[in-house]
Design a protein around this ligand. Sequence first.
Ligand SMILES: Nc1nc2c(c(=O)[nH]1)N=C([C@H](O)[C@H](O)COP(=O)(O)OP(=O)(O)OP(=O)(O)O)CN2
Length: 141
Amino acid sequence: MIYVCRKEHFNAAHKLWNPTWSDERNFEVFGPCANVNWHGHNFELIVTVKGLPDPETGFVVDLKKLSTIIRRLVIDKVDHKNLNMDVDFMQGKLASCEILVMEFWKILEPAVKEITPQGGLYKLTLYETPRNFVEYFGEGI
Ligand SMILES: Nc1nc2c(c(=O)[nH]1)N=C([C@H](O)[C@H](O)COP(=O)(O)OP(=O)(O)OP(=O)(O)O)CN2
């Protein structure tokens, strides 16, 4: 098996806030990430596709097609947006990296399968800052 990766970029605003908690509890748990007037990040999303190379193209997946799918289905919906307010699939959800990457998986997995007959989506890696990142393998959905 070969693992093929495509990295995309977006920037977005959010705040970490649990609406069932008091303001005090939110500030205590989330600190500056609960800033009422939001804060922003330069996110990096790495999509890893697993599969076997097609004997006629040598490709596990056409990276141009993969990039187009990621941009159309995910990046265009979150880039320069407020994740709490503007993004349909994040409505009513906590805007952490963990929740975000699980929602990305639900959207991308079927679309990646369509262009990767001999494989499929293997891993999503989401960098929120250069030092904070999460990895997701599609478990528990
Ligand atoms: N498990 C999670 N923990 C945290 C998340 C998250 O999504 N999942 N998010 C945040 C904040 O939104 C943000 O990432 C915090 O940024 P910051 O503390 O500034 O992190 P940096 O890497 O930029 O800065 P350091 O100085 O290296 O801490 C918090 N936790």
